[in-house]
Design a protein around this ligand. Structure first.
Ligand code: NAG
Length: 392
């Protein structure tokens, strides 16, 4: 009996411990989805905030003077009949108290050079830190996510690596005065991350780090390949190609000094598409002549939202296969080929988060899940992450 009670107390305290450190489910939101047609169009106030611990609005930009800049005033702000995206997004917290909202600065289209210049000058760094706090408070976000893609790349310079740390240090000090959250989205694979980051130093100043473990392969490769493989393929033999997967990237970051609980694993609610050179050669690693055809909502060759993939699969005879080695599905239809994530592969990634003791999972991005339930239950992929990471 005494043993049993002892065991129960131990069990209880273990439960309490687990409870105080819940996994994160971080949901990026691409605000341009408000312009999509038909089933692809998003109404921000109808997003489901209960599926995310954090939601991140993308993107705002930076000026040469080191100030945060609204990139799409009509979508983001209420002025002149605007759509008031920031307001609607932050109002989601009312429906799910405890959920935190951040705004992301940067992204691919912002490039690297302006960030490099601002981070390189002490006066611009502190002006930016001050301005960023004002911006976050003014629009009532809980924090800022830095998406500089990437320090010391795309027109940046070697000093960016150190300057990025100094920029985060300055931001951290200001953010602490107001209890704000500071995060960053980072390049995943060693081949890119090793150019850009002093991992122990950035980890010190960030609350958590969203590792962009996707876009490992795409039509730029000229052969079919997976967007988010968990592990390498046997046919991949070079050091670089063996690094282009989730497991290699996560281990690179862990071995270089990020605390596991600060690392939030990126998952993709979209696929990478290809046009096959020969419709009968469709295994991963087959020749591709270019990107796949654009989707009806995202309207961009070379990618499809999961919502588009599931809709297309319900209308025509796509053939789906499972890659046992790399733990992801792919599908083909005529000369079209897509690598993507489904409930099974997302569930394996969530289990990987647990196995590796990571802080949680991140999705890019919530508006390409099947949010409308067009193919079945609503948010099938985001729900799969929640089932593993948030429901005990
Ligand atoms: C994951 O990566 C680690 C470190 O490189 C390696 O030891 C392990 O075997 C990998 N796991 C699989 C299943 O490939």
């Amino acid at each position: 009996m005494r043993l049993l009670i002892g065991f129960c107390i131990l069990g209880l305290s273990w439960l309490t411990l687990v409870k105080t450190e819940p996994h994160k489910v971080v949901c990026y939101f691409g605000s341009w989805a408000v312009y999509r047609p038909g089933n692809g169009k998003i109404d921000i106030s109808k997003l489901d905030p209960s599926l995310c611990t954090h939601m991140i609005y993308t993107f705002v930009g930076i000026t040469d003077a080191g100030e945060v800049k609204v990139l799409d005033p009509w979508a983001d702000l209420p002025d002149n009949g605007g759509k008031a995206g920031f307001q609607k997004f932050n109002a989601l917290r009312k429906r799910h108290p405890g959920m935190k909202t951040l705004v992301a600065i940067g992204g691919w289209n912002e490039g690297s050079q302006k960030y490099s210049r601002v981070a390189g000058k002490p006066a611009l760094r502190s002006h930016f830190a001050e301005n960023a706090v004002d911006f976050v408070l003014k629009y009532k976000f809980d924090g800022l996510d830095i998406d500089w893609e990437y320090p010391n790349q795309r027109g940046g310079k070697p000093a960016d690596v150190r300057n990025f740390v100094l920029l985060l240090k300055e931001l951290r000090a200001r953010f602490d005065e107001h209890n704000l959250i500071l995060t960053a989205a980072v390049a995943a694979a060693e081949v890119s991350a090793s150019l850009s980051y002093n991992i122990p130093s950035i980890s010190k100043y960030l609350d958590f780090i969203n590792i962009m473990t996707y876009d490992f392969h795409g039509s730029w490769d000229h052969i079919t390949g997976h967007n988010t493989p968990l592990y390498p393929a046997k046919r991949e033999t070079t050091a670089v190609s063996r690094g282009l997967n989730v497991n290699a990237s996560v281990n690179y970051w862990l071995n270089h000094g990020v605390p596991a609980r600060k690392l939030v694993l990126g998952t993709a609610l979209y696929g990478r598409t290809f046009t096959l050179s020969n419709s009968r050669k469709y295994t991963p690693g087959s020749a591709a002549s270019g990107p796949g055809r654009a989707g009806q909502y995202t309207r961009q060759p070379g990618m499809l939202g999961y919502n588009e993939i599931c809709e297309q699969q319900s209308h025509s005879t796509w053939i789906t296969a499972w890659d046992v080695e790399q733990r992801v599905p792919y599908a083909h239809y005529g000369d079209q080929w897509v690598s993507f994530d489904n409930v099974k592969s997302i569930t394996e990634k969530a289990n990987y988060v647990k196995k590796m003791g990571l802080g949680g999972a991140m999705v890019w991005s919530i508006e390409t899940d099947d949010f409308g339930g067009v193919c079945g239950n609503k948010y099938p992929l985001l729900n799969a992450l929640n089932r593993v990471l948030r429901v005990q």
